[in-house]
Ligand binder design. Structure first.
Ligand SMILES: NC(=O)c1ccc[n+]([C@@H]2O[C@H](COP(=O)([O-])OP(=O)(O)OC[C@H]3O[C@@H](n4cnc5c(N)ncnc54)[C@H](O)[C@@H]3O)[C@@H](O)[C@H]2O)c1
Length: 322
């Protein structure tokens, strides 16, 4: 089998491949023309974040599986994979906890205004702590989680640990499941109106693009903290900037952007009450190792023993024969 790894992965994934006789090579040049050339004869692809559209995929003559290193797959032409019965796997068990820890980091850092305290001490103004603005707790506050999948559930558990009231909006999950997890089922608007903390864990699609936009930001609490570690575009950036400018929300954190990387002079950079990160909320060392092993294992199992394949990770299981 000829397998290409597009992007840099933790060495543990390479160890998985070493136990096979597969020919595995890394692609470092992600230009579409190079991908077309290098992927021509591969049987499998382990993919980080490069975009694989139809023009590239239709050039892959032998492709049978793409293993995404991560859980989102909006960088791949999924309809094409379904049509051609090419398997698509994700690393569903690897990163929920990791992204959830990022969300809690943002909630607590922003609520505590930790950057301002740190700056004050470094500037030798220790005694001026009274000049800092009020800061807040998570304890007994209302958290709204939009999207109660793998990550949403992991965030809920951690917020419950802080004794927050956890409200959940996910029309595709039965209320009973939400209640069983000690959370409170909510509608979108009702939840956004009452939440002190909002976090988004939705896939990016036509229904979720601009999920939080001007309309929603107009009725979110002025004291609310909003975090997006799902996909850029689920919060409308222009509307968010306007809301921050007009003090319509307390603070925000973004790990993902409408355009990645964002422009050098992005208007979001001017706000002290905004935390930004380069789409790395899932990239702890532990998680990179897990994702690398999980993605490589999917490819190995697919070719050597399909019965071992983790079907929860197989996105298009209804369209391909296993
Ligand atoms: N920032 C990062 O590095 C990073 C890492 C991992 C995942 N993600 C992103 O996080 C998102 C969530 O990941 P996950 O593993 O929890 O996915 P998941 O598929 O387990 O959960 C998504 C949930 O969203 C719900 N949902 C779908 N459409 C909805 C809508 N219109 N309104 C409300 N709920 C809706 C689904 O019912 C599902 O429960 C994905 O977009 C993924 O790409 C980002």
């Amino acid at each position: 089998m000829k397998i290409s790894v597009i992007g840099d992965i933790h060495p543990a994934g390479w160890e998985v491949f070493k136990k096979t006789d597969f020919e595995v090579f890394e692609i470092k040049n992600f230009e579409p023309n190079n991908l077309k050339e290098e992927l021509k004869n591969v049987d499998g692809i382990l993919l980080r974040t490069s975009k694989l559209d139809k023009s590239i995929l239709s050039n892959c003559n032998n492709l049978k599986i793409i293993a995404r290193h991560g859980v989102g797959y909006d960088n791949i032409d999924y309809e094409y994979l379904k049509e051609k019965k090419i398997a698509l796997t994700i690393t569903g068990t690897s990163n929920a906890v990791t992204v959830a820890e990022y969300v809690l980091t943002c909630f607590l850092s922003l609520a505590r205004n930790i950057n301002s305290s740190d700056k004050l001490v470094r500037e030798g103004r220790f005694k001026e702590k009274k000049t800092l603005p009020d800061f807040f707790e998570l304890y007994k506050k209302k958290v709204l989680i939009c999207g109660f999948g793998r990550i949403g559930k992991a965030v809920a558990k951690r917020c419950l640990g802080f004794e927050a009231d956890v409200h959940v909006y996910d029309p595709f999950v039965d209320d009973k499941e939400i209640i069983k997890a000690n959370c409170i089922p909510s509608q979108k608007e009702e939840g956004l109106r009452i939440a002190d903390y909002v976090t988004l864990h939705l896939p990016l699609n036509q229904n979720t693009q601009n999920f939080v936009s001007k309309h929603e930001l107009a009725y979110i609490k002025k004291t609310a903290i909003v975090v997006n570690a799902s996909r850029g575009g689920i919060i409308n950036e222009e509307a968010l900037i306007a809301a921050l400018d007009n003090n319509q929300i307390q603070a925000a954190a973004l790990d993902v952007f409408e355009k990645e990387p964002p422009q050098n002079d992005h208007p979001l950079y001017q706000f002290n009450n905004v935390l930004l990160s380069p789409h790395n909320s899932a990239l702890t060392l532990e998680c990179r190792r897990r994702m690398s092993i999980e993605a490589a294992t999917s490819i190995v199992d697919y070719f050597l023993d399909k019965k071992k394949l983790n079907l929860d990770n197989l996105v298009n299981k209804n369209d391909i024969e296993i």
